[in-house]
Write a protein of this length. Structure first.
Length: 183
């Protein structure tokens, strides 16, 4: 809850990946409140009031997953909407003067996208959603200690693109950047 809020305010990409990880944790815990409390709330050094609020927040996410029919898999519409906003920004940066540096970074990643689509089996998503899915898959593989087809080289290309896009997103949100002005 507080971690998610901080990530949302500071780094939209980390926020999306955090929520995706939380979705999988809730699934692994069977959406059972007692299991969620023991794994995610009880270990925190916090007041009883905070722990109750945190448990309620986790269970609200579990409820959202159920309402959206995503208890077995998939990601919350909320995060997919944020990725859609990031993709819209990506498309603008590919065209607008303020995107010169971003275009250079994306240009390094672009040749790897077809093979990344093949590895992930995702022809149905934008380049930005594909990039998020690659980062998340790589994170899961690392957690499991498995070497995968999503190579460190590809992640090394994806990470700076998503980090830069996220930084620009927050600057636009705060009114610190004019997308139509030359860099």
């Amino acid at each position: 809850m507080d971690i998610a809020r901080q990530k949302r305010d500071e780094n939209i990409a980390e926020y999306v990946l955090y929520i995706w990880q939380l979705e999988d944790l809730l699934r692994a815990l069977g959406f059972r409140p007692e299991a969620v409390f023991e794994a995610l709330v009880a270990p925190r050094d916090a007041t009883d009031e905070w722990k109750l609020q945190a448990l309620e927040w986790y269970m609200e996410i579990a409820d959202l997953l159920a309402r959206e029919g995503k208890t077995e898999g998939g990601h919350l519409d909320h995060t997919l909407h944020l990725i859609g906003e990031l993709n819209d920004l990506h498309l603008m940066l590919l065209e607008q003067p303020a995107g010169r540096r971003y275009r250079e970074l994306f240009g390094l990643l672009a040749p790897s996208l077809p093979s990344l689509r093949a590895v992930l089996g995702r022809d149905d998503v934008s380049d930005i959603e594909l990039s998020f899915r690659a980062l998340y898959a790589a994170m899961l593989y690392r957690i499991k200690g498995v070497r995968a087809e999503i190579t460190d080289d590809v992640v090394a290309l994806v990470s700076p693109v998503i980090a830069t896009l996220s930084d620009i997103y927050h600057k636009v949100e705060r009114g610190e950047i004019d997308l139509y002005a030359a860099e």
